[in-house]
Write a protein that binds this ligand. Structure first.
Ligand SMILES: [Zn+2]
Length: 77
């Protein structure tokens, strides 16, 4: 898993209420306590399977994430 693209977070009722309780890619319902992956590029939550699949695809084409973009997403909540 490449840390540049995703931020790992524990699924909590707060995230589910404020953002979404479904994976943005496969629309699977996420469970409380499950590890979620916040996509820094598209500002959405993904389940583990989708995050690792997308991470692999992105690693094939090198992509840089701006430091400021990362900080912005950390202050979202
Ligand atoms: Zn998914």
């Amino acid at each position: 898993m490449n840390g540049r693209h995703f931020v790992q977070q524990r699924g909590s009722e707060k995230i589910f209420t404020c953002v979404s309780r479904y994976c943005a890619e496969c629309y699977r319902e996420l469970k409380e306590g499950e590890t979620l992956y916040y996509d820094l590029e598209h500002y959405r939550y993904l389940c583990r399977d989708c995050a690792s699949r997308i991470s692999e695809a992105r690693d094939r084409c090198i992509h840089e994430i701006e430091e400021s973009e990362y900080k912005e997403s950390k202050t979202l909540f």
